[in-house]
Write a protein that binds this ligand. Structure first.
Ligand code: FAD
Length: 465
């Protein structure tokens, strides 16, 4: 037990008797990707940290059915993992995807590289595996304690009490500093919002998601090219597939919940088979468990969360939001986890700058991160249209080809939006400005080239005369 908290303390109905408050105690709610990375970064500064997670330990129990999710990990996430020495380990258990493989309804799939040189890749990694590696790193960090099967139910910033539901009953602990790393449907956020002065918008996409699977072939090979992110773009909806280390692929359907092309339409095995044969004909032969997966796997929700401010201070306790709890985004740029990891790096840097003045840290943190998370929220929504529709269009492919040609001609100085988001750590909010500067540079370069070419032509003519 760290001095940060006493999770074993029980609370009686009428007279809660929490343990004495501890100096500089830090409590993190949620041992997902963001919470566990934050625990390592703070623990390594010598701070006592206790992480409370409502689920049981995924290192023992693994992932829930239909919620395995493989993530595209890219430059920002890797830069954060590098800070705790996990970058190489993460890359070692990922598969690089250098482009999107677009599967039309008829005709062969076509590969669209993500970068001008065709070599930059995003990395497919199992979310559960990455979470387990982060939990292992947290467990190995002196001063960090992980407590599972503790669901936060209430938090009082004035009393400094944090209440949990556990298999053994209700428990209460005391804390001075609390991080809500409890995901898109955050309970910490709900309690901060109840204090007033908070604005929280949770926008649900009309589409949900459902996981399916493509197993390895009988010969033990990948059934599709493992170096690409596969997309079956169907206008209003799509299916994607990302490769796994065991040579399977995790497919995700992004479909409307109801109506034409919606999850409520195909119901029987025959209807499911017929629907997929019509819309995803080249995938059906490699999906032997299709009907079973479709019927049994849950439909997940996709939300964009915008909230302000990101922290609140009471008489005894200050609490801040981090990761999806502060800014969940739709997954179409593959940036949710990457962006949450950037939050933790920002917090770590601000702690180094301010020392343990958490209100000052949180004030700077929200100012620094909010413009970036708003920007990536917009890019992510826009990229849904690109993924489910534009990738099929000739005009889109031509635009990408021109951007990549300009990238090569400028020795990599010009970067497409996708490259800036996925292969750099340029703050998301500065990307638009950076693109505008690039385009202005190209325009003036083009004017200069055209002017130079005209001068040379005129000069040549005069000499010939
Ligand atoms: C289909 C899909 C595909 C995605 N693809 C990508 C991708 O390619 N790249 C990418 O970067 N991101 C991707 N994401 C986003 C990414 O999964 C999230 O951004 C990331 O998991 C957020 O991490 P987090 O730790 O903030 O929240 P979460 O991962 O949601 O973790 C929150 C944790 O808090 C716990 N918790 C919740 N409530 C309580 C409570 N009351 N008490 C205690 N514990 C609690 C939860 O059990 C959980 O462990 C994708 C998301 C989805 C849905």
């Amino acid at each position: 037990m760290t001095p940060a908290a006493s999770p074993g303390t029980s609370r009686t109905e009428h007279a809660p008797a929490p343990p004495a408050a501890e100096k500089d105690s830090i409590v993190i709610i949620g041992a997902g990707l963001t919470g566990s990375l934050l625990a390592v970064l703070l623990g390594r500064k010598g701070l006592p940290v206790t992480v409370f997670e409502r689920r049981s330990d995924p290192r023992v129990d693994g992932a829930e059915r239909g919620r395995s999710i493989n993530l595209a990990l890219s430059a920002r996430g890797l830069a954060a993992l590098q800070q705790i020495g996990l970058e190489d380990l993460a890359l070692g258990v990922s598969l690089p995807m250098a482009g999107r493989m677009v599967h039309p309804v008829d005709g062969p799939p076509n590969l669209q590289p993500y970068s001008a040189d065709g070599r930059h890749a995003i990395n497919s990694i199992s979310r559960t595996l990455l979470n387990i590696e982060l939990l292992n790193a947290a467990a190995e960090t002196p001063g960090v304690e992980l407590v599972f099967d503790h669901k936060l139910t209430e938090i009082s910033l004035d009393e400094g009490n944090v209440l949990f539901e556990t298999p053994a009953g209700e428990k209460v602990i005391r804390a001075r500093t609390v991080f809500g790393a409890d995901g898109a449907f955050s309970t910490v956020r709900k309690h901060l919002a109840e204090r007033g002065g908070f604005r929280v918008d949770v926008d649900s996409l009309g589409h949900g998601y459902k996981e399916l699977s493509i197993p390895a072939t009988d010969a033990g090979d990948f059934a599709l090219d493992p170096h690409a992110l596969h997309i079956w773009a169907r206008g209003d909806s799509m299916m994607i597939a990302l490769p796994n280390q065991d040579r399977s692929f995790t497919c995700t359907l992004f479909w409307p919940r109801t109506g034409p092309g919606g999850f409520d339409r195909p119901a029987t095995d025959a209807e499911i088979g017929n629907y997929f044969a019509e819309h995803y004909p080249d995938a059906v032969p490699v999906m032997p468990t299709l009907a079973d997966d479709y019927r049994n796997n849950p439909i997940g929700s996709l939300v964009t969360v915008r909230t302000w401010p990101w922290f609140a201070a009471g008489k005894r306790c200050t609490a801040a939001l981090v990761g999806d709890a502060a800014h969940a985004i739709v997954p179409f740029y593959g940036q949710g986890a990457n962006c949450g990891f950037e939050d933790t790096v920002a917090l770590s840097e601000l702690y180094d700058a301010h020392g343990p003045d958490w209100p000052a840290i949180f004030a700077d943190y929200q100012q620094r991160r909010k413009p970036d998370t708003d920007a990536i929220a917009r890019f992510s929504l826009a990229n849904f249209v690109e993924m489910r529709d534009s990738v099929n269009r000739r005009s889109f492919r031509a635009k990408s080809a021109v951007e990549h040609a300009v990238g090569r001609a400028t020795g990599g100085r010009f970067k497409s939006l996708y490259e800036l988001v996925s292969f750099t750590t340029v703050p998301y909010s500065k990307i638009r400005r950076r693109r505008a500067a690039q385009l202005a540079g190209i325009a003036s370069g083009t004017v200069g080239l055209v002017g130079g070419f005209r001068f040379l032509r005129t000069w040549g003519r005069r000499r010939r005369v």
